[in-house]
Every structure is written in structure tokens, then in C-alpha cells.
Design a protein around this ligand. Structure first.
Ligand code: FAD
Ligand code: NAP
Length: 314
């Protein structure tokens, strides 16, 4: 049966920002409830080695997120498996409805819904999603043992995905629209030294080509951005790694957004345009978008929420 629970602080999202907010809000005795969403642990559960989270020279992304969850639970954070489908921020207490049918009312809300993979928007990309087109090498790389693969993009994600896919694929072509990668130098160095990876500069994906029966990808048509020349590359898998968009749908009509959909917060803080609502992590950060910065903002949001709640009691 659907029920309604009240909490002082509702945290929406279970990435580094959400779990860190959970640790801090619990230690502030605010007895927070954290709703995990469709991807418990967030984006880092879709990757392998993480080498830049302080305290861990190398840790698997999913393992790091399990540790963060355990840490939040150990501090007393109540963790709920649900997806918030509706959030009413027009009056206090705020009301969040879950996909489960349950409702949570809250004196303060910390939004930590992060970001989701972007797609190119091609009809052929859509048609072959799940049948050779993917945005998650960790999830799907295993299916392409001994086969040729293309990766689209030139950032950290694309380079990491290309490197990871060499564990399975016979060849990985990295297709990038420029001739310069925006990934970290250490990753570029590894990419360039990997004999299985061939970069294809100044090209964009024009079309994913495949069969219907059985459904699967057989190649891609790519276009040279300067000459317009089209060429075809045979491959069994296409990994789209062109960045992430903030998951701000829940609040797109109620909070001030900026920079193409990121939740705007007060400079140097986590206060949004609605008092009592705070935002942290990739949802608000178009610039750094790292696990450690998200965790830092989760801490800030919990501290901001604690102070704001104390002011309401005065
Ligand atoms: P996210 O991790 O995006 O988590 C968002 C959470 O919100 C999820 O748990 C989701 O289920 C939840 N959610 C969303 N909508 C709802 C809803 N409606 N209701 C309830 N919950 C909801 N950073 C590094 O520092 N080092 C790395 O090595 C690194 N590698 C990466 C590799 C890949 C492949 C990717 C994609 C990213 C990588 N990053 C890395 C970036 C890092 O993962 C992000 O910066 C970080 O995860 C952002 O944390 P977050 O808490 O803001 O949100
Ligand atoms: P990103 O840094 O935004 O890079 C996106 C890449 O895709 C860019 O190279 C961009 O090209 C390309 N691109 C975007 N739209 C395109 C389109 N329509 N067609 C073709 N190419 C397109 O995204 P990301 O790599 O996912 O990284 C996101 C954040 O997570 C970053 O802050 C990153 O540092 C972080 N992250 C960190 C790590 C790590 O620390 N090891 C790992 C993964 C991610 P242009 O370069 O031409 O713009």
C-alpha cells in the first residue's frame, strides 16, 4: 500500500553528491532519506578503474560507490530504492512522489540527480540502440569479443571507453569531429600508444548501418566535416561517448536553470532559486563534473541545508 513519510532532508540521487550529502546530513542528526533513482551509485557504476578519487590509487567505479553507500548507511542515512517522478516545490513541506506510489514530504531537499549520457539524435542510432549501439562500454563491451568497434567522441569518457574496449575488440576506431582530444593528457598518451586503437579525425557519424534479421550493426557511414566525403567503416558495435546532460527534468519548470539545463546555484554555495532546495554535483556543475567535486558539493549542500533548517527554527 502507498504511504507518506516525512523527513527533515530528502536527498534525491545516489551518486557521489547524494551519498556524501547523506553522510553529512546524518551526522548533523537530520535523519535524511535518500532516494536512489534508476541508477543506484550513479555514473561511476558504468566505468571500471577510477584513478583520481583521493585515497584510492585505483578503485573500480562500482566498488567505490558501494563503499559510499555503506558509509552513508552506517551514519544513519535511510536509503530508499525508488525514482522520484514528481516534485512539488511550490509550498513547504516539499512533496516528492515516487514511481512506487509512495510520497515523501520534506522540510528541505537536496537535488543530486547528476547527468545522463547524450545521444547524437540520428534515427539509425535510435533504431540500433541495444542492438549494437550503446553508451556504456562497461555494460556492453563484453559482447564484442574479437570484433571491430567504433567509439564517437573526444573527451575523457570516449578515450576511457576506447581503451577499455580494447580488452575485447580486435580493433577500435575513435571517431572525433576535431583533431584534438579534450581528454586528460595521461589518457591521450595511453590511447596513442595502444596498437588496437586508430583515431579518425575530422569525422562525424552520419548513419549506423545494420541488418534487421537478426538485428545488429554491420558498420557506420562517417562524414568528413570539411570535405563532406562519406566513407564506410565495418564494425559490430558503436559506442556513443559525446558527453552527458544534466538530469534536471524534475525541476525544469520550478528552478532557475543555466548553461543549457544545469540547476543554477548561488555562487560558492548550493542554494537554488527556491529557499530550502539545494543542488549538488553534475546536476549543477557544467565545468568540473568529477566524482570528487560532486562529493564536495554534496557535503556543501548538507551543510547549507542544516544551516537553513536551523534558521527556520529561530
Ligand atoms: P551521478 O553520478 O550522475 O548520479 C546521479 C544519481 O541521481 C543516480 O543515482 C540516479 O539514479 C539518481 N537520479 C536521477 N534522477 C532521479 C530521480 N528522478 N529520482 C531519484 N534519483 C534520481 N569522474 C571522476 O572523478 N573520475 C573518473 O574516473 C570518472 N570516470 C567516469 C567514467 C564514466 C564512463 C562517466 C560517465 C563519468 C565518469 N566520471 C568520473 C564523472 C563522474 O562519474 C561524475 O562526475 C559523478 O558521478 C557525478 O556525481 P553525481 O552525484 O552528481 O551524479
Ligand atoms: P565531454 O568532456 O563533454 O566531451 C564530449 C566529447 O564529445 C567532446 O570531445 C565533444 O567534441 C564530443 N561531442 C559532443 N557532441 C558531439 C556531437 N554531436 N557529435 C560529435 N562529437 C560530439 O564529455 P565526457 O567525456 O563524457 O566527460 C564528461 C565529464 O566527466 C568531464 O568533466 C570529464 O572530465 C568527466 N570524466 C572524467 C573522467 C576521468 O577523470 N578519468 C572520465 C570520464 C569522464 P569537442 O571536443 O569537439 O567539443
Amino acid at each position: 500500500m502507498a504511504d507518506t513519510t516525512h523527513t527533515k532532508v530528502l536527498i534525491i540521487g545516489s551518486g557521489p553528491a547524494g551519498y556524501t550529502a547523506g553522510v553529512y546530513a546524518s551526522r548533523a542528526m537530520l535523519e535524511p532519506i535518500l532516494v536512489q533513482g534508476i541508477e543506484p551509485g550513479g555514473q561511476l557504476t558504468t566505468t571500471t578503474e577510477v584513478e583520481n578519487y583521493p585515497g584510492f590509487t585505483e578503485v573500480q567505479g562500482p566498488e567505490l560507490m558501494v563503499k559510499m553507500e555503506e558509509h552513508a548507511r552506517a551514519m544513519g542515512c535511510q536509503i530508499v530504492s525508488d525514482i522520484i517522478t514528481d516534485l512539488d516545490l511550490s509550498k513547504r513541506p516539499f512533496t516528492a512522489k515516487g514511481d512506487s506510489g509512495n510520497t515523501i514530504t520534506a522540510d528541505a531537499v537536496i537535488l543530486a540527480t547528476g547527468a545522463r549520457a547524450k545521444w547524437l539524435g540520428l534515427p539509425s542510432e535510435e533504431a540500433f540502440k541495444g542492438f549494437g549501439v550503446s553508451a556504456c562500454a562497461t555494460c556492453d563491451g563484453f559482447f564484442y569479443r574479437g570484433q571491430e568497434i567504433v567509439v564517437i567522441g573526444g573527451g575523457n569518457t570516449a578515450v576511457e571507453e576506447a581503451l577499455f574496449l580494447t580488452n575485447f575488440a580486435s580493433k577500435v576506431t575513435l571517431i572525433h569531429r576535431r583533431d584534438e582530444l579534450r581528454a586528460e593528457k595521461i589518457l591521450i598518451d595511453r590511447l596513442m600508444k595502444n596498437p588496437k586503437i586508430e583515431p579518425l579525425w575530422h569525422h562525424v557519424l552520419e548513419e549506423v548501418v545494420g541488418d534487421d534479421n537478426p538485428k545488429g550493426v554491420t558498420g557506420v557511414k562517417v562524414k568528413h566535416v570539411e570535405t563532406g566525403a562519406i566513407s564506410e567503416i565495418p564494425c559490430a558495435g558503436v559506442f556513443v561517448a559525446i558527453g552527458h546532460a544534466p538530469a534536471s527534468e524534475l525541476v525544469k519548470d520550478t528552478l532557475k536553470l543555466h548553461n543549457g539545463g544545469y540547476v543554477a546555484v548561488k555562487p560558492g554555495g548550493t542554494e537554488t532559486s527556491v529557499p530550502g532546495v539545494f543542488a549538488a554535483g553534475d546536476l549543477t556543475d557544467h565545468k568540473y563534473r568529477q566524482a570528487v567535486t560532486s562529493a564536495g558539493m554534496g557535503c556543501m549542500a548538507a551543510l547549507d541545508a542544516e544551516r537553513w533548517l536551523a534558521e527556520q527554527d529561530d
